[in-house]
Design a protein around this ligand. Sequence first.
Ligand code: 3AM
Length: 188
Amino acid sequence: MKLRTFLALDFPPEILRVLTLIQEKYKKLVPQAKWVRSSNIHLTLHFLGDISETDVALIIKELREPLTNKSGVLAKLGEPGVFPSWDNPRVLWLSLAGKLPPLYDLHNVTLQTLVKNGFTLVKRDFCPHITLARISAHKRSISLDRSVINKLVPGKGQEFKLDKLTLYTSKLTPTGPIYTKQHTFLLQ
Ligand code: 3AM
């Protein structure tokens, strides 16, 4: 059986609550969007696609050593953004702010381990983002006013630590994806 797999950083519960409040504010502006439920919010580092159970176990084994004593990421919530463009938004997200070099380091270290073990990854520049909502391609295209969306983000906010890196598998269902934690690596 193949497992749809990705590697992501988990947010502390207090930040998930802040993200839910931000989603509530946005809901009035973008009623047609599908909102990511708080238990499903994370920061994706790598999407591996469908891989075997043996490969899931191999990744957990191979990441253990490079992640030993790795620093977590001290971050703040950043600004809102969309993929692919404000004229045709499909994904509404928040960026991360703060001291981000450890985040890029984690991205690189995990990338090198995955590539060394023969995994194929989507070749995109790493654009760290927290997906808040998705607008289905079946829905009529809408345009979002960047300045209005920007106004709803609460100031700079508190600093928090991302110190849990989890290998997830994801089952797609008509009511949304079901994510299962396969293993969590604790960072310093
Ligand atoms: O919620 P985010 O954006 O952080 O977008 C998907 C999600 O990340 C991404 O993997 C995470 C868990 O589903 N994802 C899904 N399909 C993808 C693909 N084909 C993908 N990323 C790249 N390529």
